[in-house]
Design a protein around this ligand. Structure first.
Ligand SMILES: [Cu+2]
Length: 126
């Protein structure tokens, strides 16, 4: 019985030996950026400035997560020129979008589509 179960584990071990290096070389986890929509402005998690410049590195992968903390107001987050957009969020909802930053340094605009005049800022790829 013991020997038999040992033999059964051989294919499992072989599969692990083949798979583990593949997992290790899988694409890096995206960098996390947290944004909050509050009182009709965007805020970065660690920052108190409204609608701050969002600084990204060329070619990096980013997971941007938006939380809507405004009562009774819908918000989203978009970078139109990069085709980046979260879902439209109700109060207390959260949504993420993962994207790859272009490799060239450039500036883009971000905005909340329902409030593109008040809730907008710059994305700096540098
Ligand atoms: Cu908004």
């Amino acid at each position: 019985m013991r020997i038999r179960s040992l033999w059964l584990s051989v294919p499992v071990l072989a599969a692990a030996i083949v798979t583990l290096p593949l997992l290790a070389t899988a694409r890096q986890e995206p960098r996390e950026i947290g944004l909050v929509a509050r009182q009709m402005a965007f805020y970065l998690d660690e920052d108190t400035a409204p609608n701050p410049v969002i600084r990204l590195k060329p070619g990096e992968r980013v997971r941007l997560t938006l939380k809507n903390e405004d009562k009774g107001v819908l918000h989203d987050f978009t970078i139109r020129d990069l085709g980046v957009a979260t879902a439209t969020l109700k109060t207390s909802e959260t949504a993420s979008v993962v994207f790859e930053v272009p490799r060239r340094t450039a500036n883009y605009r971000y905005a909340c589509r329902p409030h593109s005049k008040m809730m907008a800022g710059d994305v700096a790829v540098e």
